[in-house]
Design a protein around this ligand. Structure first.
Ligand SMILES: Cc1ncc(C[n+]2csc(CCOP(=O)(O)OP(=O)(O)O)c2C)c(N)n1
Ligand SMILES: [Mg+2]
Length: 602
């Protein structure tokens, strides 16, 4: 507890070293509490935290655990190896703890990227992603990433700094209560009230984040709590959530699947989180059921599997008599359920029931471990003779082939500036089968979603239903750190670049060779074209034409390419991947190309 009237050392750290590894300088920071306030003193200015004043010189490192070390110990116990962050004095003791525990500190240029990198880490690894952001503006800046993680079900813990509790309400620097505005974006949002609570709250936040259902959680640590020492044990066991099969409803679901003549499986992000790809494939193959995927579900069946379809989705969902909808909400991407036929009997399968009801009444709802439930459905519905689906499977294949044939012309289009589909036909030729492709942009990414093939789980990342521009560089940073031996390719609109373009500096500083490919059409196409079709004109939809974003990346230390003609693209992409540096291939694309979109608002 805080000493009254005396001086108590809450935490000290002496980070040493320089980028070259030499011990260039030794910095010592001492935070002390007295009746008159708390004090920070060091060999560098940190007067922003409080009035600095001289106190006794401390030279030894703290031996007991300060709050930041307790945080780091719990993260480590849960297998966390990376902390994505942007510095702020409120976080120093957490940094100190991470340094002691061997957790890598990856610092970015805007807190939203720390949040998106943590989400990207979760998406790339299917494990918890963690970020730490400073009090006040650090927390407000990370909110878009929390919203994104909530809608994607991404297991993420955001640690917040917080103005000191003992001065609360008196106007400390960056003082604001985060919990009320972060709560709607998280599964849990809490403040540590004392050092003794730190370990337990980190555990609770992690449990809330990994679910089910998974999602973001937030804990903030008042400066005087997290710098203070505590004897509380931080070495307790880690509890892994149960993923048992859904018990209720499976009989009826089995009956429906057994009797179906035109069954389909529509699976998405929840299937990926549940590691459901093997169970999905086994079920589809045993019952001969066509599969469609969206969100992070993409890649859970390889794009070249005989039962996987993308272009035939409209027909497949509309004409299905039974649809198993696994790990995907019936949101706007599925027409709020309207993508299925009026007669389609829907079996919903998800990891947990949530407050949001399906927009149309399912025939059966199954809540439980997705992989285990898929296995149970296969065991129940497989084996014996069922209806022959071959005509259905073939009809969908025909539709798929027909739709693909219709794309051929655009894929070969040789105009300059390029048609986005021509860009993707060149890109596919240099991408490995297990490349991780990340989309951040408007129409440019929608085109990619149609034609880029995904063969393995975790190889396609878009922002998901929250649709936040600027997520891409953070995702890409984390994806490449998680998969250093794979290609990581970031697809960027020229508009999207503006949100997080400075993260090319982060990629350079940390030596993370992501290759970004920009569809530079000089406009916010996804807004300009729809507005023109509605009003006959557009406003706020122009960007600088032919802007040399590649030179920006070059100035930041990356590899840069500028491409104006289709024939120059493939060699430029190859050079970018071979450069071993973070790269931007800035490709001029045709602003006249309109994405064939029905609606972009609902
Ligand atoms: C943070 C955020 N702000 C605004 C939007 C609305 N928005 C969606 S797509 C888009 C246009 C993106 O332009 P660009 O990245 O250049 O891609 P293009 O559509 O031109 O291919 C905008 C403004 C959004 N989704 N997220
Ligand atoms: Mg654009």
């Amino acid at each position: 507890m805080l000493a009254q009237g005396g001086v108590q050392i809450l935490g000290k750290f002496s980070p040493t070293g320089s980028p070259s590894g030499r011990e260039a300088s030794r910095i010592s920071l001492v935070v002390s509490v007295t009746r008159r306030g708390y004090w920070v003193r060091g060999r560098f200015g940190i007067g922003r935290l409080a009035r600095a004043m001289a106190i006794q010189e401390e030279t030894h490192r703290a031996s007991a655990m300060h709050g930041g070390r307790l945080v780091a110990k719990r993260l480590k116990a849960h297998g966390v190896s990376k902390l994505f962050t942007l510095s702020g004095g409120h976080l120093f003791s957490i940094f100190d703890g991470c340094r002691e525990e061997g957790i890598d500190i990856v610092d970015v240029r805007h807190e939203q990227s720390a949040g998106f990198a943590a989400e990207g880490w979760a998406k790339a690894t299917r494990q918890l992603g963690v970020c730490a952001v400073t009090a006040g503006p650090g927390v407000t800046n990370v909110m878009s990433a929390l919203g994104s993680a909530l809608q994607n079900g991404s297991p993420l813990v955001a640690l917040g700094g917080r103005a000191p509790a003992m001065r609360w309400g008196q106007g400390s620097l960056q003082e604001i209560d985060h919990v009320p505005f972060v709560s709607p974006l998280t599964r849990l949002a809490v403040t540590a009230g004392a050092p003794a609570e730190v370990s337990g709250l980190v555990d609770q936040a992690i449990a809330a984040a990994v679910g089910p259902p998974s999602g973001p959680a937030f804990v903030d640590f008042p400066l005087d709590v997290v710098f203070q020492e505590s004897d509380v044990d931080a070495d307790g066991p880690v509890v892994v959530p149960d993923a048992a099969a859904a018990a209720d409803g499976s009989e009826r679901a089995i009956e429906l699947l057994r009797g179906a003549e035109r069954p389909v499986i529509m699976a998405g992000t929840g299937l990926y989180w549940a590691h459901g790809e093997h169970a999905l494939r086994a079920l589809a193959e045993e019952l001969r059921v066509p599969v469609f995927l969206n969100g992070l579900g993409r890649g859970c069946m390889p794009a070249d599997h005989e039962l996987y379809y993308s272009r035939a989705r409209g027909k497949g969902l509309e004409e299905a008599d039974v649809a198993l909808v696994a790990g995907v909400p019936m949101d706007f991407r599925l027409g709020f359920g309207g993508s299925f036929g009026e007669e389609t009997k829907i079996v919903v399968l998800d990891s947990a029931r949530t407050d949001r009801r399906p927009p149309r009444e399912p025939e059966v709802e199954l809540y439980g471990g997705i992989a285990a439930t898929l296995d149970a459905l296969r065991e129940g519905a497989g084996g014996g003779p069922g209806p022959d689906h071959s005509a259905w499977v073939e009809a969908l294949r025909e539709a798929e082939v027909h739709q693909r044939a219709g794309e051929r012309e655009d894929l070969a289009d040789d105009r300059a500036p390029l048609h986005p589909l021509r860009l993707y036909s060149e890109l596919q030729q240099v991408l490995d089968r297990n490349a991780v492709v990340i989309g951040d942009g408007g129409d440019f990414v929608s085109f990619a979603g149609r034609v880029i093939e995904t063969y393995e789980p975790g190889c396609w990342m878009d922002p998901g239903p929250f649709g936040c521009l600027g997520a891409g560089p953070g995702y890409a940073l984390a994806a490449k750190l998680a998969n250093p031996d794979r290609q990581v390719c970031l697809l960027l609109g020229d508009g999207a670049f503006g949100f997080s373009g400075m993260e090319f500096d982060t990629l350079v500083r940390h030596g993370v060779p992501v290759v970004a490919v920009m569809g530079n059409n000089g406009i916010w196409a996804l807004e300009k074209h729809p507005m023109e079709s509605l009003y006959g004109y557009s406003v706020a939809a122009e960007l600088q034409p032919e802007c040399r974003y590649d030179q920006v990346v070059q100035a930041l230390g990356g590899h840069a390419e500028f491409v104006e003609r289709p024939s120059d693209l493939k060699p430029a992409l190859q050079r970018a991947f071979e450069s071993g540096k973070p790269a931007l291939v800035n490709v001029l694309t045709d602003p006249e190309v309109v994405y064939p979109r029905k609606s972009n608002l609902a």
